[in-house]
Design a binder for this molecule. Structure first.
Ligand code: HEM
Length: 454
């Protein structure tokens, strides 16, 4: 960090000189920065700021963001971006090097990983804001660029801060407002995550030594109790975070951390119920799908209604047919004929990419493997391309892999909890597969194509 002249709270030494003389020369301006505003070091006066507070918040983010990144990647593996049929996520490319066949065991896997991803994303918001607040003087440090190396460092900070704000903003907007982006959320959030994580890795590589030193440095009680220590700059502290002209403290660091922690706890309390369920479901006040789903066997959450995606009465009325294709064969079945096939039940949840999920529901219907056998796949079940009567909206079709089709709990469900599916739950027939993201459990199914075209 550069050394600066000592200054009075009102301005730098050269600032005062300048005001006494004529207008500042351009060279003075470039060297010392504007005479007023956030680029002046004396502008930021909170005595709470310092490497210790930044390190504590950084350590929490290190753990939290790592879990979010891993669960986020798992979500993309579950979506399986190389299943190009319905999905606008990027194809495998070199960023998809980690993709693998998403398993069907344990059946609650996606409920867990995506619930953690979304809940943590909400809960970390106060920590992230506090971290940015703790380093804000550095964002305005002057001169903005000192050398080529410094320019690179500034660029990485820009990608770090821009990346994290973009990821959190797109994530929150997606769960609160559905699809509000110019372009698909999925590639934006996916590529944004890689840009951000690259900058994050560079950031922690340089900051971990200082963070460890600060956290191991002892004096925890002293740090927590009082902001006053911030005024005493540790000679070995390479940061410019400690203000040279602290304002009178309005709270201790313990108070500040307590406020951030309380903010996170409140967000946890009003969000987590949408993923945990049970009695906690009613506490999910921030959950956009927290609306009362109504009573009865079909009384559990949905993402989109039949009307909202253009399902017409005649698409799902008595004229509805299920077309099953594969190996050059085609079978066309009425709902009554599907009901005459062996019926199986499976207790599975709906787990949405938006983080909410339902408790296990008792689905009954025909095994996907039995439908594959109808068109000649009697030995091993292949993948299947599923199409819906949906006329608008995303996820009108999906592709399921062979391990998903082959799982005996994977059904073309006709009934749930002992009743026919309701129109909004996909009547006359829908897909239900263990550990499958909700949007891939296609509703209002009209066509199943097994094998090579899947
Ligand atoms: C979302 C994650 C994070 C964001 C957006 C973020 C942002 C920032 C920014 C903008 C700065 C000022 C840097 C500069 O202008 O030079 C900074 C400094 C710092 N960060 Fe982070 N940070 C994050 C995560 C972390 C983590 C995980 C750690 C701990 C390993 C950490 C530890 C620090 C430390 C110790 C400093 C002060 C270092 C210095 O001034 O030289 N940060 N952070």
């Amino acid at each position: 960090m550069e050394d600066r002249q000592p200054m009075a709270p009102g301005g730098t030494g050269s600032t005062l000189r300048r005001s006494a003389e004529h207008r500042p020369a351009l060279s003075d301006l470039l060297r010392d920065g504007p005479t007023a505003g956030p680029t002046r070091r004396g502008f930021w006066r909170s005595p709470l700021r310092g490497p210790w507070l930044t390190s504590v918040l950084g350590a929490v983010l290190l753990v939290g963001i790592t879990v979010m990144f891993v669960t986020g990647l798992l979500s993309y593996a579950a979506y399986n971006p190389d299943l190009g049929a319905n999905d606008k996520t990027p194809d495998r490319g070199w960023l998809g090097f980690y993709l693998f066949s998403w398993p069907t065991h344990p059946y609650w896997l996606y409920r867990l990983t995506q619930g953690v991803h979304v809940t943590l994303g909400i809960v970390l918001i106060p920590v992230l804001l506090a971290k940015l607040w703790s380093v804000v003087p550095q964002l305005f440090s002057w001169p903005p660029v000192r050398s080529a190396g410094h320019a690179l460092e500034r660029l990485s900070v820009l990608l770090l801060v821009g990346g994290v704000l973009f990821e959190f903003a797109t994530g929150v907007l997606n769960i609160q407002l559905d699809y509000v982006f110019p372009g698909s959320f999925y590639p934006l959030h996916f590529y944004g995550a890689w840009v951000f994580i690259g900058a994050f890795v560079v950031h922690i590589a340089f900051r971990v030594p200082l963070t460890v030193r600060m956290l191991r440095g002892g004096g925890l009680r002293e740090e927590l109790r009082s902001p006053a220590r911030a005024g005493r700059k540790d000679p070995a502290d390479p940061t410019d975070l400690v203000t040279p002209h602290p304002a009178a403290p309005t709270m201790s660091r313990r108070g500040a951390l307590g406020m951030v922690g309380a903010g996170s706890l409140v967000l946890l309390a009003v969000t987590a119920g949408q993923s945990i369920g049970g009695v906690l479901r009613s506490t999910a006040l921030l959950a956009p799908r927290g609306q009362d789903p109504g009573p009865g066997p079909n009384g559990f959450q949905i993402n989109k209604t039949a009307t909202s995606v253009g399902i017409r009465a005649r698409d799902v009325g008595p004229g509805w047919r299920l077309v099953v294709r594969g190996r050059g064969r085609e079978k066309v079945l009425t709902r009554a004929q599907v009901l005459t096939m062996p019926q199986h039940t499976a207790a599975l949840p709906i787990a949405c990419v938006e983080g909410w999920s339902t408790e296990d529901q008792e689905w009954s219907g025909v095994r996907l493997a039995d439908l594959a056998a109808l068109v000649g796949f009697t030995d091993a079940a292949p993948g299947v391309f599923v199409q819906s009567a949906q006329r608008s909206g995303s996820f009108r079709s999906t592709t399921l892999r062979d391990n998903q089709v082959g799982d005996p709990r994977s059904l073309l469900a006709l009934r749930v909890n002992g009743a026919d599916l309701s129109p909004d739950h996909g009547y006359p027939a829908r897909i239900i597969v263990p550990a499958n993201p909700g949007v891939h459990n296609t509703k209002w199914v009209t066509r199943l194509t097994f094998g090579e075209q899947a």
